[in-house]
Structure formats: C-alpha cells, structure tokens
Write a protein that binds this ligand. Structure first.
Ligand SMILES: NC(=O)C1=CN([C@@H]2O[C@H](COP(=O)(O)OP(=O)(O)OC[C@H]3O[C@@H](n4cnc5c(N)ncnc54)[C@H](OP(=O)(O)O)[C@@H]3O)[C@@H](O)[C@H]2O)C=CC1
Ligand SMILES: CC(C)CCC[C@@H](C)[C@H]1CC[C@H]2[C@@H]3C(=O)C=C4C[C@@H](O)CC[C@]4(C)[C@H]3CC[C@]12C
Length: 298
C-alpha cells in the first residue's frame, strides 16, 4: 500500500500538472480578433497565407513587400475574408529607413501595434557558395538588419500593448545545410539577436513575447522552384504552416517547430550526435553529378 501511494501520488501529480499546462495552452481564433498586426513579406508564400488567416480571425492587418500589384490583391482578399481592416505599404527592406516607415504607418493608421510578424526574405541562390561577399552583405541587410530596425522602432508600441514579435526562421538557422550558405548566415544571426533580446526582456520585466519559428521545407513557389529537384524531402503545405505560426504567436511560445518531425526531432540529435545529424541532412539531398553543383536559382 505504502509503495502504491509512493507511485500513485506523484503520478497523479504529473497527470494534473500536464493537464493544467495543456489547458492553459489552447489556441482560439478569437485571441487574434481585433489585434493590430504587421506582416512583412505578405505578397506571396507563407506571409500571404498568414494575412488570410488573420483576416478570417478578424484582425487589422498592415501588409508589406515590394510588389504593389500583388499586395493590392492580397489586401482585397483579406477584406473579403473578414479582416477588421487591411492596408499595405510597398517598398524594399534593403533600406532600413523603409522598415522604420512601415512601423510609423502602423502608428498613424492603427494607433498602435499588437503583433509584429517578421517574415520577408530576399532572393538568394540554392547552390554551392559562390564567394560573392556583396551578396552576403545585401542578404544580411534584408533578412537580418531590417528585422532589427523594425523591432527597434516597434518596441515602444509593443511595450504599450504587451504585444508579440514573431520571427520566421528556418531549420537552416539552427543547423548547417548545403547550398544555403548566405541565407543560413542571416537566419543564425536572427537566433542570436532575438534570443539575447528575450533574455533582456525577462530581466527588465518587459512583457513582449518573442516567438522564433523554425520551419522545414514549405511548398511556397520560390522554394519549390529552387530546391524541389535536389531535395528528397516533401514540402509541407504553406497554409497549415501559416496557421501554426499564428497559433504559436498567440500562445506567446518561445520557439515554434513546423513540421515537428522534420525539425524538432532531428534537432534533438544536434547536441549529442552532430556528425550524425550532418550526415542525415546530406542524405536528404540528391547530389548532382556535375562538380559545379546545382545551377544557382534566384
Ligand atoms: N519556403 C520554405 O521552404 C521555407 C521558408 N522559410 C522562411 O519562411 C519565410 C517566408 O518564406 P516564403 O513564403 O517561402 O518566401 P517567398 O519567397 O514566397 O516570399 C518572400 C516575401 O518577401 C518579400 N520580399 C522579397 N525581397 C524583399 C525585399 N527586398 N524587401 C521587402 N520584401 C521582400 C517578397 O515579396 P516581393 O518580391 O514583392 O518584395 C515576398 O512577399 C522566410 O522567412 C523564409 O526564410 C523557412 C524555412 C523554409
Ligand atoms: C533534417 C531534415 C530531414 C530536414 C530537411 C529540411 C530542409 C530540406 C529544409 C530546411 C530549410 C529549407 C530551406 C529554407 O529554409 C529556405 C529556402 C529558401 C527558398 O527560397 C529556397 C529553398 C530553401 C533553401 C529551403 C530548402 C529546404 C530546406 C533546406
């Protein structure tokens, strides 16, 4: 009996703790109703899908990317889907002044901000590193520095609303993958910046959540065009991916993994068997017969 109690009581405690923890963590679409959200890179791909989900949930969306004609269509569709409001600002994130301009636009048109979704990426090549240092610099400006600039400008509004920052990164921002050298550098940089910033928020009791999203291969047009022939991996659907990101953001998660089986599970190997993980990653590539590697795709 005594032994039974020793086992039963802690087990019951564990079950209750697990139940309490999961109950706290249920996503409801109403969580995003009426929220004021910026989505960058919203003209195509995962960003476009996030805009549509947010619209269905009744959020106010401010979308940005370079291509005005596409943004106009996405805004129109968001309004049809039920967005509380939808607008866009077009321009390039190569310019940090533009990043700051987008945030000012949120202040002017929405009167504040609840969620900043940093998702855009500049075009790069999927192939062996070609030694082009200027390309690395440019990609760092688009994929990293503009994220820093937007966060810095948006922070006063996010502190005010106790809001959220969502950083869309990749498995290639946690592990080295072949053929993504410049891109991977920019994604690792995001992890350093935002993980360190999260620590400072904790010390300063700043209630702004930072969700770093670690994505595997997703079926967006550009990614499929660039990599599908070389990868033995099947891309996951972009609309489901977009919804998972929003759920993680609404629940103020620290990190989000999509899909779990091709991100979180392989990453468990990283600290105890790095060489094995490297080998498994390479084994997912159909390596080319030509010594130059796959033709660079932009
Ligand atoms: N697809 C995948 O397999 C994976 C994607 N990810 C991440 O998900 C996020 C979205 O990727 P995905 O949807 O595939 O990308 P897409 O290429 O479909 O979309 C990229 C977006 O960024 C915008 N953009 C490109 N260059 C600039 C620029 N200079 N200034 C401002 N905006 C720009 C594009 O619009 P426009 O050209 O009109 O400016 C577009 O809206 C990225 O952060 C990516 O790293 C992570 C892992 C895997
Ligand atoms: C451990 C493995 C089983 C997981 C495999 C996941 C691999 C296949 C995933 C993880 C990260 C993915 C890359 C990515 O993040 C973004 C882009 C940019 C896009 O324009 C071109 C495609 C590219 C390079 C993706 C290619 C597929 C990658 C390497």
């Amino acid at each position: 009996m005594g032994r039974l109690q020793k086992i039963l009581i802690p087990s019951l405690g564990l079950v209750l703790a697990f139940w309490f923890y999961s109950a706290r963590d249920t996503f409801k679409p109403e969580m995003l109703r009426g929220k004021r959200v910026i989505v960058t890179g919203a003209s195509t791909g995962i960003g476009e899908q996030m805009a549509y989900h947010l619209a269905r949930m009744g959020a106010h969306v401010l979308l940005t990317a370079r291509t005005e004609a596409r943004l106009r269509n996405v805004v129109q569709r968001c309004l049809e889907l039920g967005a509380a409001s939808a607008r866009f600002v077009s321009g390039t994130m190569e310019d940090t002044a533009f990043a700051q301009h987008v945030v000012r636009e949120a202040q002017a048109s929405l009167g504040g901000l609840d969620m900043l979704i940093l998702n855009h990426v500049g075009a790069s090549y999927f192939g062996f590193f070609d030694g082009d240092v200027e390309h690395v610099r440019k990609l760092l400006e688009i994929n990293f520095l503009s994220y820093v600039a937007m966060t810095t400008s948006a922070l006063p509004m996010l502190k005010e609303s106790e809001g959220s920052i969502v950083v869309v990164s990749s498995m290639a921002g946690k592990v080295g993958f072949p053929f993504t050298v410049p891109y991977s550098a920019t994604k690792f940089a995001l992890d350093g910046f935002f993980s360190s910033l999260r620590q400072e928020f904790a010390i300063q009791s700043i209630n702004v959540s930072i969700t770093l999203c670690i994505l595997g291969f997703i079926d967006t047009e550009r990614a499929v065009r660039a990599a599908a022939e070389v990868l033995l991996e099947r891309p996951a659907p972009r609309d489901e991916c977009a919804l998972e990101i929003l759920k993680g953001a609404a629940l103020r998660r620290r990190e989000l993994y999509y899909r779990y089986s091709s991100t979180r599970l392989p990453l468990l190997l990283r600290d105890c068997a790095a060489e094995l993980l490297d080998y498994l990653v390479r084994s997912r590539y159909r390596l080319p017969a030509t010594p130059g590697g796959p033709r660079p795709q932009h």
